[in-house]
Design a protein. Structure first.
Length: 478
């Protein structure tokens, strides 16, 4: 039986509404729990991906981005300011140089001290060409910022700085190595540029030589002997205090320096600064390449040295001196240790270096055991008529060699054995690869000055005068 009450439908039953509300609440609770479970899973997944959850804050991100932009701007401004400060000195100096070159004569003008007190100081620039006016200058002792410094207590006391002067004018600055101490006299080996005229193969007259030691002492030195072919000279000086010599010095034994193993070997170039007495130290590697200079015995390292470090020793990391450094803007040529040592023996015994001159210009080539004849000097071609340009020679008088440096060492041994043989008509027998018969070359003279060029960049000198007299020189280089 159906009961009808007050015109209301059955759906308006209060009990039914309560059940409907309860069911809806249960669905909302289940959906909320499902939502929270999904959010938790997403957070766990995000944590696993980023290793730790981060709260994304747009305000903080914006502030951080603005701070990073500001920091980078400050860094760029500081770098630009440093560059401007570095160029400021040179730009002012260039203007001064232009004015000097355009308006100042080679000799400073006579100064009327009574009427023109402002012209007490004048300036003169030497060795500055058009290239010097358009490029940045560095102090003459400038060293590129490469390599690492090491404390070399063993060899440091024997490395000295040297300076030669004509009157009060500086002629050349370099480094050297003390190789002998006997009866209160020390002997230094260095480059002959110290005493050589820059434009001729002759000594500069009336030179004064200063020796700068590690302990801040400055002593007088004198030229003992020299050889322009290998660009070597010996300087002697009186010992005031005991000098420590390294246990390992220049070795005359070719086998002590395996040139095949030397390539890519780590080496360190040494020199000394005459102003501070500090030791210059630069590292690099021996490079398997030839040098563009005339001296065929030269090898090359990647060490970057200053011009004042020229003449200093080149060492390996075992303390062996493997050569004496020269200068090139891109690399560092060096004379092998055994060449230096053999020259020292001859200079000490006879005051000169004797090496038979065969008239052959040779070069070392990678992968070739021997040397290649690149040129036969015209005036000696009749003495070497059995040899041709392009021939590979690998032995002389029955002694085998693998490169030009070893050939030079053998020739120095021959020169030391026979002495001065000018005019004697000595013969050398060269072996050509692929030929059993040896080729004879007539030797009429030993090596002489003028065969090898040793180019060295001239310093740009800014000379200051006071009342017509020199009171300061500043040396620069490009």
């Amino acid at each position: 039986m159906t009961f009808v009450t007050g015109g209301h439908s059955p759906s308006s039953d209060p009990c039914s509404e309560d059940r409907s509300n309860a069911s809806q609440q249960r669905r909302e609770v289940e959906e909320g729990e499902s939502s929270r479970t999904g959010d938790l899973a997403a957070q766990v997944e995000l944590s696993a991906y980023n290793f730790r959850p981060r709260k994304v804050d747009p305000v903080k991100l914006q502030k951080r981005s603005a701070w990073e932009t500001q920091r980078m701007g400050q860094k760029k401004r500081r770098k630009k300011l440093d560059e401007e400060r570095a160029k400021e000195t040179f730009s002012g100096l260039r203007r001064q140089i232009n004015a000097i070159l355009n308006h100042v004569a080679e000799r400073p003008p006579e100064i009327n001290r009574s009427h023109d007190k402002e012209n007490i100081y004048t300036t003169e620039v030497l060795n500055a060409d058009d290239n010097a006016l358009t490029n940045e200058w560095h102090p003459y002792s400038y060293v590129p910022d490469v390599g690492y410094s090491y404390t070399l207590k063993e060899v440091a006391p024997s490395v000295v700085a040297l300076q030669s002067l004509t009157g009060d004018t500086q002629h050349f600055s370099c480094s050297g190595t003390i190789v002998e101490v006997s009866e209160g006299i020390g002997i230094i080996v260095t480059v002959a540029n110290l005493v050589k005229h820059p434009d001729a193969d002759e000594l500069v007259e009336k030179l004064k030589i200063k020796v700068y030691l590690q302990n801040d002492e400055v002593l007088d030195g004198d030229l003992a002997s020299y050889d322009f072919y290998h660009n070597i000279c010996l300087i002697k000086f009186k010992i005031v205090r005991p000098v420590h010599l390294p246990e390992k010095s220049f070795s005359s034994n070719i086998e002590d320096i395996n040139l095949n193993e030397l390539c890519s070997k780590d080496v360190v170039a040494l020199g000394r600064d005459k102003s501070t007495h500090y030791l210059w130290v630069r590292t690099g590697k021996v490079i398997s390449k030839g040098c563009e200079f005339d001296c065929e015995e030269l090898l090359v390292s990647s060490c970057k040295i200053s011009k004042e470090a020229v003449g200093g020793p080149l060492m390996d990391f075992d303390g062996n001196i493997i050569g004496m450094n020269y200068y090139h803007s891109e690399e560092t040529p060096f004379i092998p240790s055994f060449i230096v040592s053999k020259c020292l023996v001859q200079l000490k015994n006879s005051g000169k270096v004797v090496r038979p001159w065969h008239g052959l210009r040779v070069r070392t080539s990678s992968g070739v055991n021997g040397v290649i004849i690149k040129k036969i000097e015209e005036q000696y071609s009749k003495n070497a008529s059995d040899l041709n340009e392009g021939d590979i020679i690998d032995r002389v008088d029955g002694v085998h060699f693998s490169n030009a440096a070893e050939l030079g060492g053998i020739l120095l041994d021959i020169g030391a054995k026979y002495g001065d043989f000018n005019g004697m008509g000595m013969c050398l027998k060269f072996g050509v690869r692929g030929c059993e018969r040896e080729r004879t070359v007539l030797i009429e003279t030993s090596t002489f000055s003028g065969l090898n060029r040793w180019p060295f960049p001239k310093p740009i000198i800014v000379r200051y005068y006071c009342r017509g007299e020199i009171f300061r020189d500043e040396w620069y280089t490009l």
